[in-house]
Design a protein. Structure first.
Length: 99
């Protein structure tokens, strides 16, 4: 069976995948019912998983390809910035020598 080179865990499964969602396929291991895929986290190449092929075929757990992350909504009272905040000029600070 040819597998996709990229995989995404479903958001509710991120805890069982080390908190990572996007993975690349390194290879397959085993034979028959014991066959599994070795996946590597995109953001941490040192984090790897062995996922049984039966679980990888479960679309409630995994999706082939890199799926977009869901939009996270913050608390309603936190303002959303329209863009980057420009740095203050050094000249805008009070430089009074009266101490």
């Amino acid at each position: 069976m040819k597998l996709s080179a990229a995989w995404t865990t479903q958001p509710d499964r991120a805890e069982s995948s080390g908190g990572y969602r996007h993975f690349v396929l390194l290879g397959q291991r085993g034979r028959g019912q014991e066959r599994s895929a070795e996946l590597q986290a995109v953001l941490d190449p040192g984090y790897r998983l062995l996922v049984p092929l039966g679980e990888l075929r479960d679309r409630q757990a995994w999706q082939p390809g890199w799926q977009p992350l869901p939009q996270e909504s913050g608390p309603a009272d936190v303002p959303v910035l329209a863009g980057p905040i420009p740095p203050k000029s050094i000249n805008s600070f009070n430089t009074s020598t009266d101490l």
